[in-house]
Design a protein around this ligand. Structure first.
Ligand code: FES
Length: 358
C-alpha cells in the first residue's frame, strides 16, 4: 500500500445529479483520530486505472458535528480519469486508498461568534461550502450564511434538495441565491455568467448590510473565482476576509507579472536532504526539476495530489537553503515567510537544501 494512505470502505453512494455522486466512508475505530477533519477540508485518493496510479483530491461536503461519516462529492469532468472511474465503476462496499484530511479552506465554528458568511460556489465548488454552511448553522447560533450558487442550469445543481431543506430549517439564518448560466423564461432569479459588476450588484442589492464586515468563501471554476475576487476587491472588501479554494491552477489575467521573478543566481545540481513520513533521505535535483519530481524519480513517494500548486498536499518546510516556487496560490504569505514551500512547484536555488514534509 502506498505510504500515507489508508484503506476506507465506501459505506453509501448517493447519486446527486446525472454526473455527480456522493461517497460516504466507513471509518474504522482505529482510524477515527487519523480522519478527524474540519469543515471545508479535502481527502486525497489513489486508485490504479488501466495500470496507472492516479491521485486526486476531493473536498468533504460533510461536517462532523452532524454527519456520522465523512463524504466527498465527485462530479464527472471531461477527460477526468478519476472522476469517471468513481462515478461509473465504484459501488458500496468497495475499498479506496485515502490520505487523512488536509486543507486550509476551513471554518472552525465558535458558539460565541456572530458573523455573516457569504459563500460563492460554482458547480462542484459547492462541496466544501456545504460542510462550512452546516458548521455555521449548527455550531454558531448567532451567525448567518448567504450562499450564491452558480450552475449551468437547473439540472446541474448538486444538493438541490438538501439546500432547500436547510433553508427551511434555518429560516432567517440561511439564504441561497441560485444563478444559472441559462434558465427558462419563467425563472425570475439570477441568470447569466457572473461578472465582477454582477457580483458587486448581488452583494449590494441581494445581500446588503455592512458587506465589508462579512467573511467570504469562494470555490468554483478558476475564471469564476477571479471575477468574484475582483468584484469584492472593487467593493473595498479586505483580502483577509476572502478565502479561496481552487480545484485547478488559478487563471491569471497577467500571470507573467504576478508570478515571482525567476531567480537565476543558481545553476547546477542541488543536494537535498528531505524528511518524509519520519524518514530522512538525500536526493539530487537540478535547477529545472521540481523537488517532488526529483524525489519520485529517486524512489521516494512523498505526499502529493494536484501537482499544479493548489492543493498544498505536497507542502514542506525548508530549514536550510533556497528554492524558487513557480506557483504559490495554495500558500499564504505567512506560510511562505515561515519557510513553507510547495514541493511540486519548487526548484532548487542553492547547492544544499534541507526540508521536511509537514
Ligand atoms: S501536489 Fe498539490 S500543491 Fe503540490
Amino acid at each position: 500500500m502506498t505510504e500515507g494512505f489508508f484503506p476506507l470502505t465506501i459505506k453509501k453512494l448517493v447519486r446527486e445529479t446525472a454526473d455527480a455522486t456522493t461517497f460516504y466512508f466507513d471509518i474504522p475505530a482505529e482510524l477515527k483520530d487519523t480522519f478527524v477533519y474540519s469543515a471545508g477540508q479535502y481527502l486525497t485518493f489513489e486508485v490504479e486505472i488501466e495500470g496507472e496510479k492516479v491521485r486526486r483530491s476531493y473536498s468533504l461536503c460533510t461536517y462532523a458535528g452532524v454527519d456520522s461519516e465523512p463524504a466527498v462529492t465527485v462530479k464527472k469532468v471531461d477527460m477526468g480519469k478519476m472522476s469517471a472511474y468513481m462515478n461509473s465503476v465504484l459501488k458500496e462496499g468497495d475499498v479506496m486508498l485515502v490520505m487523512p484530511p488536509m486543507g486550509k479552506f476551513t471554518l472552525v465554528p465558535e458558539a460565541s461568534r456572530t458573523q455573516h458568511y457569504v459563500l460563492f460556489g460554482g458547480g462542484s465548488g459547492i462541496t466544501p461550502l456545504l460542510g462550512i454552511t452546516k458548521a455555521v448553522l449548527v455550531a454558531e447560533p448567532n451567525s448567518q450564511v448567504t450562499l450564491v450558487y452558480a450552475n449551468r442550469n437547473l439540472d446541474s445543481v448538486i444538493f438541490k434538495q438538501a439546500l432547500l431543506d436547510m433553508e427551511k430549517t434555518h429560516e432567517g439564518r440561511f439564504k441561497v441565491h441560485h444563478n444559472y448560466d441559462s434558465a427558462p423564461i419563467t425563472y425570475f432569479g439570477l441568470k447569466g455568467m457572473l461578472s465582477s459588476d454582477k457580483v458587486q450588484s448581488i452583494v449590494k442589492s441581494k445581500i446588503g448590510g455592512p458587506f465589508d464586515t462579512y467573511q467570504y468563501y469562494i470555490c468554483g471554476p478558476g475564471p469564476m473565482m477571479e471575477v468574484i475576487k475582483d468584484g469584492l476587491k472593487g467593493l473595498g472588501v479586505n483580502s483577509d476576509r476572502v478565502h479561496t479554494e481552487y480545484f485547478s491552477a488559478p487563471t491569471s489575467k497577467n500571470s507573467a507579472d504576478e508570478k515571482p521573478q525567476q531567480e537565476t543566481d543558481f545553476a547546477g545540481v542541488s543536494q537535498i536532504t528531505l524528511t518524509v513520513y519520519g524518514r530522512t533521505h538525500t536526493i539530487t535535483c537540478d535547477q529545472n526539476t521540481t523537488v517532488l519530481n526529483a524525489a519520485m524519480k529517486q524512489g521516494i513517494d512523498p505526499p502529493y495530489s494536484c501537482t499544479v500548486g493548489v492543493c498544498t498536499t505536497c507542502r514542506a518546510k525548508v530549514t536550510v537553503g533556497k528554492l524558487h516556487m513557480l506557483e504559490r496560490e495554495g500558500l499564504s504569505d505567512a506560510e511562505i515567510s515561515e519557510g513553507y514551500v510547495l514541493t511540486c512547484q519548487s526548484v532548487p536555488r542553492s547547492a544544499q537544501i534541507t526540508l521536511k514534509y509537514e
